[in-house]
Design a binder for this molecule. Structure first.
Ligand code: ADP
Length: 396
């Protein structure tokens, strides 16, 4: 099963997108709809709301008078907390039931207007954000939903900003144009990313990246890494995770693969995390068992690691699960920190990559390319360690 979070500001087009995803075969869980269902006439949710706020929140037909309730909770934090304590657990329970009832090969799309505001993004394999410029959203809400303009604007202002949503978005769907444009994008996303991501995750298969291809530094890499780190931490119960490797060094051309380092106390602990990582979309890569031992720490046992890779065809990732304080863990960090502070080394490393990668362009993977970089890498590590010796209080 693939869990996809879908969000966006009011009037951005979430329902438009989730409707298309449902047509394509997704199981859509609409949190707004559930929030209404759990206080529908005859439910114990509605009974508790009436017990808390009085008969005045009921309409004549016995259903919830939403505007009356909104008036009470809008300006009173305690009242809002009371209402949330009635509604949220019930919505959570229904969501859990619906997820559990979905087939094992389902792509579940969870439509949550306040996904970003509530910090829910790390729980999903992928977060889609639908965006439409504010003025266009106001226009649509007024024209199509008959909302008062002031009401539309105040609702928009109360929600997360575009920046906050952008930080949470693995996929940014621009719905500022014709409906057909965003729908075509959704179709492509379904076919090229969601379907293979789901199948890979279910079969615990990583997405193969192939021959090394060097691209210019992408300023979006740090934000992508931050999202992945939050996801890995959610899956591992809070393991320390660091962005390492070339994509963590500003300005450095690199393969478009985000390297993360997950810290554990032992390889047994790494093995215990394997299932949770695979379930979160990072199955084990069986072939990469060790880093190359360096002469300063010749014991091969100290260089063993577990590697997980991404099942997502849209975002290649290598997760190096290493024992904290073993040499490879520390080398990765010192190399990153040294490169970040030595721009001429970044230039030299980029030139080496650009020179070597084409020679291995016909390879099925990046192993021979990595081997070819080793001599430069070892010499660079020695310089990095010498630098760290003057800055860190531990011996290398
Ligand atoms: P949300 O679920 O995010 O609040 P909706 O999908 O309901 O947003 O879209 C808000 C309104 O704008 C709806 O009436 C919808 O039909 C309309 N709408 C959505 N996308 C477009 C578009 N690309 N062009 C014009 N109108 C649109």
């Amino acid at each position: 099963m693939l869990r996809v979070g879908l969000t966006g500001g009011i009037g951005s087009g979430k329902s438009t997108v989730s409707g298309r995803l449902a047509e394509l075969g997704a199981v859509v869980i609409d949190s707004d709809l559930l929030a209404r269902e759990v206080v529908a006439p005859g439910t114990d949710g509605l009974r508790d709301v009436v017990a808390a706020f009085g008969e005045g929140v009921l309409a004549e037909d016995g259903s919830l008078d939403r505007p009356a309730l909104a008036k009470i909770v809008f300006s009173d934090d305690d009242a809002r907390r009371t209402l949330n304590a009635i509604v949220h657990p019930r919505v959570g329970a229904r969501t859990g039931e619906m997820m559990a009832a979905a087939p094992s090969d389902a792509i579940v799309v969870h439509d949550v207007p306040l996904l970003v505001e509530n910090g829910m993004a790390p729980a999903y394999h992928l977060v889609l954000v639908v965006d439409t410029p504010v003025e266009e959203r106001v226009r649509r809400l007024v024209a199509a939903r008959g909302m008062a303009e002031a009401d539309a604007r105040s609702r928009i202002a109360a929600q997360a900003s575009d920046e906050q949503r952008r930080a949470a978005a693995d996929v940014w769907l621009d719905n500022g144009g014709e409906r057909a444009v965003v729908l075509a994008e959704v179709d492509g996303l379904w076919e090229r990313r969601l379907l293979p991501f789901e199948a890979n995750t279910r079969e615990q298969r990583v997405h193969r990246v192939g021959a090394p291809k060097i691209v210019d530094y992408d300023p979006a890499w740090p934000a992508q890494a931050a999202r992945l780190i939050a996801r890995v931490q959610a899956a591992t119960g809070g393991a320390p995770v660091e962005h390492i490797g070339s994509t963590s060094i500003p300005g450095l051309a690199a393969k478009d693969i985000v390297d993360l380092q997950v810290g554990v106390d032992s390889l047994e602990e790494a093995d215990k995390l394997a299932h949770a990582l695979a379930e979160a979309g990072f199955p084990r890569c069986p072939e990469a068992l060790s880093d190359t031992a360096l002469p300063s720490h010749p014991d091969p046992e100290l260089w063993r690691k577990r590697v997980h890779c991404s099942a997502d065809p849209g975002r290649p990732v290598n997760l190096h699960v290493r024992v904290r304080e073993w040499p490879a863990w520390r080398y990765a960090l010192v190399f990153r920190d040294w490169m970040r502070t030595h721009p001429h080394e970044v230039t030299a490393y980029a030139a080496l990559k650009r020179e070597l990668a084409p020679a291995f362009a016909a390879d099925g993977g990046a192993t021979r390319y990595a081997d070819a970089k080793d001599p430069w890498m070892h010499a660079a590590l020695a310089r990095a360690v010498a630098w760290a010796g003057g800055h860190a209080d531990r011996s290398w």
